[in-house]
Design a protein around this ligand. Structure first.
Ligand SMILES: *[C@@H]1O[C@H](CO)[C@@H](O)[C@H](O)[C@H]1NC(C)=O
Ligand SMILES: *[C@@H]1O[C@H](CO)[C@@H](O)[C@H](O)[C@H]1NC(C)=O
Length: 321
């Protein structure tokens, strides 16, 4: 089957790796799956034009009901959708967008939510016929860059050469300029805290793997909670202990003292970090349980089976239509 797969592929969204992984699941079942960026299309009629090309597409898939799914409203092919990070957190708040998302959901053969909570929220705000929404967590696949050099890394991050024993590296893209300015000002005054530029997933994993622990200090769920929560799971997969702020998004994954540690205040953060440094049994336990958590709850094999099964339903729908 020839499938069109629409997603927001801007490099900073983290969607790209998810979309690529799902695409490879579909292709490994013998289908052709063409991944395209939503930015390439202005309207649903652009997409309708594309799918009628020769040889024509036979089905479609989209990540993000509003940003990508709405572009599928003019096509006559069976399609499925995957909820994106801002769908339920942001876009539903705008009534016009919500109505469009409802149309997309009605027309879709199936929808996939990454978490049970997201599915419940979606069913609460959008009219969804019967049980069309499936839950399939994102598969975690951490590939580590082979070549890795701390000194190179430190230099490129403009580190000064002081030798602090405990250091905190804040790494990631500068998405919000106001927040970036605030963080930069604080980091300038702090010792042992450093900012590093974002880098490829493989390099990021290599950095994470060499760390003593990975910290998530988010105070809010953020816009793309559903997509980015996976960073904690990646650390778990790499067998690196996780220290996360006790907010619902993190607490849904991290069970304190079992597969990671939670903190609610700076004092607690320091306390939990010290525990992790001195208690080797604790460290071993959270690493072992973290790995088990990812294997059981973010299995790439299971993700693959789900998408292959769902695409089969599109394949069959094509003939019954
Ligand atoms: C930290 O956790 C929050 C809540 O789970 C999540 O929204 C955010 O994306 C996480 N940040 C990183 C860098 O993993
Ligand atoms: C998988 O996730 C569920 C729900 O959060 C949790 O109860 C279970 O313990 C997890 N599995 C492992 C092996 O941690």
């Amino acid at each position: 089957m020839k499938l069109l797969f629409l997603a927001c592929l801007s490099p900073k969204t983290g969607n790209y790796t998810t979309a690529e992984r799902i695409r490879s699941h579909i292709e490994s079942a013998g289908h052709t799956c063409e991944l395209r960026d939503v930015a390439d299309f202005l309207s649903p009629s652009d997409v309708a034009h594309l799918v009628s090309q020769n040889p024509p597409f036979q089905g479609a898939l989209a990540i993000h009901l509003f940003k990508a799914g709405r572009l599928l409203l003019d096509i006559q092919l069976p399609f499925g959708v995957i909820f994106g990070g801002t769908d339920i957190n942001e876009d539903v708040k705008d009534e016009q967008k919500r109505v469009v998302m409802e149309q997309v959901l009605l027309k879709a053969r199936f929808a996939v939510a990454f978490t049970e909570k997201l599915k419940e929220e979606a069913e609460f705000v959008l009219v969804s016929p019967q049980s069309k929404i499936y839950v399939q967590p994102q598969g975690i696949q951490t590939e580590v860059a082979e070549k890795f050099c701390w000194t190179e890394f430190l230099m490129s991050s403009e580190w000064h050469s002081e030798n602090h024993l405990n250091i905190l590296i804040i790494i990631g893209p500068k998405v919000d300029p106001a927040l970036t300015a605030k963080v930069e000002a604080v980091v300038k005054r702090a010792t042992g805290v450093f900012l590093a530029q974002e880098r490829s997933q493989r390099k990021l994993h290599a950095v994470m793997k060499r760390c003593f622990a990975v910290v998530n200090s988010s105070e809010s769920e953020g816009m793309s909670a559903a997509i980015l929560e996976v960073n904690i799971c990646k650390a778990m997969d790499l067998r690196v202990p996780v220290l996360a702020r006790n907010i619902p998004g993190n607490a849904a994954v991290v069970k304190h003292g079992v597969n990671g540690l939670l903190f609610s205040s700076p004092q607690e953060f320091v306390h939990q970090s010290q525990r992790l440094l001195s208690d080797h049994k604790l460290r071993e336990r959270v690493v072992r349980n973290g790995k088990l958590y990812v294997e059981e709850n973010h299995s790439v094999k299971q993700e693959k089976e789900t998408y292959q099964r769902l695409v089969d339903t599109l394949h069959k729908a094509q003939f019954s239509a």
